[in-house]
Design a protein around this ligand. Structure first.
Ligand SMILES: [Zn+2]
Ligand SMILES: [Zn+2]
Length: 300
């Protein structure tokens, strides 16, 4: 009898816990709905911009849920950043800040793996460009290096390289690329700054790397390009196009990642805003501080 009561109490406790975590989840999704009026409308695409060249349909929240997206579990729950090739000390510092950012952005612990020398990339997966020097082929990095060596506890792995990247012979370059199903991606910092980086000039490189990294990892969590509003998941063809957009998820993409990863919306936004202020990323701070103020206003 005692065992039956114990079992029953356990069942009730599980049920209550289940409800409260489900309620919390619903509350978080509801908070994101409060942020919808702050989404900036996407302007009609102009020649040269991503959506002009690649007319995409976007992906609704419902379509995302139906797509069985890549999700962390008890074992596969870390984001890995994998440096490929040498980084200077200041580039290494920017990578550490990026790991800190991704941990806040996705609510998952982020690990920087031991660097791999880029000598593992064979001649057939490199090319010389007259403008940019040597470039590395993304598909080799994604499928021959990363996918074959995914750590057992990794949910996604993103390589970061200081060399320029190209996805195929017909493209000039690419800032980054990821697979929406294979849990691997790569970003390059090659094009992110023309000036010598030091402890005062690093923010522009950081702002761009966190944008590319969160965009590519968003793909790895099965988010497709966003056409809903101005968003870090918008496709982008150039630095000026990408620079116009703050490091902010629109409400639709925010819902997708919150539903999938279960982060707490107000805590995440507050931590992001503190990160932006700490690194003087003012465009990002302006966008996210409005989100924080709106949540505060709606939940007081
Ligand atoms: Zn993309
Ligand atoms: Zn979006």
């Amino acid at each position: 009898m005692r065992f039956i009561w114990l079992g029953l109490s356990l069942l009730i406790a599980i049920f209550i816990l289940g409800c409260s975590s489900g309620d919390q989840h619903d509350q978080n999704l509801k908070m994101i709905q409060y942020l919808e009026p702050l989404d900036a409308v996407l302007e009609k695409p102009r020649p040269g911009e991503w959506l002009f060249e690649h007319p995409e349909q976007g992906q609704t929240f419902e379509a995302y849920k139906q797509s069985k997206p890549v999700s962390p579990d008890e074992i596969r729950r870390y984001i890995y950043l994998q440096p490929i090739g040498a980084l200077t000390p200041i580039q290494g510092e920017v990578l550490r800040y990026t790991a800190e950012y991704l941990q806040i952005f996705f609510g998952l612990n982020t690990i920087i793996a031991e660097p791999i020398s880029d000598s593992v990339i064979p001649a057939r997966a490199r090319r010389q460009s007259r403008e940019t020097g040597e470039q590395l082929l993304t598909s080799y990095i994604l499928y021959d290096i990363l996918e074959k060596n995914i750590p057992p506890d990794a949910i996604v792995v993103m390589a970061v390289t200081a060399k320029d990247l190209y996805p195929s012979d017909s493209w000039n370059f690419v800032f980054g690329q990821a697979s929406t199903k294979k849990r691997v991606g790569v970003s390059s910092i090659y094009r992110f700054t023309d000036i010598a980086m030091d402890s005062t000039t690093y923010p522009i490189c950081l702002e761009r790397l966190i944008k590319t990294a969160s965009h590519e990892i968003g793909h790895m969590f099965s988010c497709q390009h966003c056409t809903h509003a101005v968003c870090v998941m918008n496709g982008t063809n150039s630095l000026p196009e990408s620079d116009q957009r703050p490091n902010r998820l629109c409400s639709e993409c925010h819902m997708k990642l919150c539903w999938n990863l279960g982060f707490k919306v107000p805590d995440r936004l507050l931590a992001l805003d503190q990160f932006f202020m700490r690194h003087t990323l003012l465009q990002d701070h302006r966008a996210i501080s409005k989100d924080c103020a709106r949540i505060k206003q709606k939940t007081q």
